[in-house]
Design a protein around this ligand. Structure first.
Ligand code: ZN
Length: 434
């Protein structure tokens, strides 16, 4: 079901609405946030010079570091008395980034997340288990509000404790699961060890997000759980979940364009690329009051299409995110995304979905090792069997990446499981920043 008429607005009307909101946003940012005023003054742009959507291209990018540098409230455009919610994202180093929502921001966020749920086919008939983390992470609270608005029954179980998750799923008759894809795969392994079959669950839809997702991973989830797998996308800096979402056609994620204006740029030059080309997604918020973002560089690699979708929605779609431009590793001069390795691993029988990539330097040369778990630990007893499997993985990775890697097969359940984003790459190179 299409939740909000904005999702099927005709293109000229949408463009007009976007321009009107963009002009308002640039004005507010310029008037109220010293950081934006300084940035725009530096390039000699006045808000009234934004007369078309493409005029936005002259506005400088905003980076994650800009949020960190203005920790905690430096980029807020509203006095704190108007902020009714804070969230933050964990930084791996130093201070986190902090975002604030006004009452109107919360209302828009809820509506955007209701569109996500509704596009995934969620209705008031559903029971929805939210295994995203609650707390400062935006995932739990964002989807919670959207699913509740659609009228489904929410189980706010949060992340972790897989056995309890599965007990609730069985006893409460959960029909919709909200989680990160890697956690879902982990749950399917726990199901196997507890001898819970997919027929013991009433699950019918997955609303997955919080990290990238390959088609192979999706196929595996569908096969193991027999559910419809829908993806959604968001990031703390923009609003959390609710930026874009898949409909039942499974052909890319519709962006809530009346709230977020997307551009695709060449991550190296910063130039805007034509529709259909792959590059880094840049988002500008069009309605955000608490903390407006002008041309925020998401680092996520994707492409856009405005081809009509069979579902009837007219809003632009972005491809499932293939990787992050800062996840991209350069190994001996070759661009490598963890998702490429993952795609290969998913096609090979006898190994599990959990893996880790270790990059090191040896004699000034980059060296990449792929560690992956066996489904059956018994194979470790068979030298010939191990050899054959290792060779197969190496060959297939070479075909995709054009480089040789070391492959290490591990006992089942060796790699660390997390309820959040899985850590796929350990880069131990000394000069990786160059
Ligand atoms: Zn659609």
């Amino acid at each position: 079901m299409i939740w909000n008429p904005a999702e099927k607005m005709n293109r000229p009307d949408m463009a007009r609405l976007q321009l009107e909101r963009l002009q308002m946003t640039v004005h507010r940012a310029y008037e109220r946030v010293p950081f934006y005023r300084q940035r725009l003054d530096e390039v000699g742009i006045r808000p009234e010079q934004i007369r078309s959507l493409t005029d936005l291209e002259a506005v400088p990018f905003t980076l994650k570091n800009d949020l960190r540098d203005h920790y905690p409230y430096g980029l807020f455009a509203e006095p704190l008395r108007n902020i009714i919610r804070f969230h933050s994202s964990s930084g791996t180093t130093g201070k986190p980034i902090v975002v604030g929502y006004t009452r109107q921001d919360m209302e828009n966020w809820t509506d955007c997340c209701a569109r996500v749920a509704s596009a995934a086919g969620v209705t008031d008939q559903d029971i929805c288990q939210i295994s995203f983390g609650y707390g400062m992470f935006t995932g739990g609270f964002g989807i919670h509000a959207g699913v509740e608005r659609v009228g489904a029954g929410v189980i706010p179980i949060s992340s972790g404790n897989s056995e309890r998750q599965l007990m609730f799923m069985q006893d409460f008759g959960t029909t919709v699961l909200v989680a990160t894809p890697s956690y879902v795969l982990h749950l399917t392994e726990v199901m196997r060890s507890l001898e819970i079959g997919r027929e013991d669950l009433k699950l019918r839809v997955g609303m997955f997000g919080g990290e990238g997702h390959t088609p192979e991973m999706r196929a595996l989830i569908e096969q193991r759980l027999g559910i419809l797998d829908t993806q959604n996308y968001g990031l703390t800096e923009i609003c959390g979940p609710g930026v874009s979402y898949e409909c039942l056609e499974n052909c890319g994620m519709h962006i809530n364009e009346d709230h977020f204006y997307p551009e695709i740029i060449n991550p190296e030059t910063g130039t805007v690329l034509p529709e259909g080309e792959e590059g880094e997604l840049v988002l500008t918020t069009l309605t955000k009051e608490g903390i407006p973002m002008l041309r925020y560089r998401t680092k996520d690699i994707t492409r856009l299409t405005r081809e009509p979708c069979h579902c009837g929605r007219t809003n632009v779609r972005m491809e499932l995110v293939r990787g992050r431009s800062d996840d991209m590793m350069v190994i001996r001069g070759v661009n490598v995304f963890p998702s490429q390795v993952e795609s290969v691993l998913m096609t090979i029988k006898g190994i599990g979905p959990q893996y880790q990539i270790i990059v090191t330097t040896e004699q000034f040369m980059d060296k990449m090792e792929v560690q992956v778990e066996l489904v059956d630990g018994q194979l470790l007893e068979s030298y010939a069997g191990l050899e054959k499997l290792t060779r197969e993985i190496k060959q297939k990775i070479r075909i995709v990446l054009q480089i040789d890697v070391k492959v290490t097969l591990l006992n089942p359940q060796t790699l660390e499981r997390t309820a959040g984003k899985a850590k796929r790459v350990v880069d131990l190179r000394e000069n990786r920043n160059f």
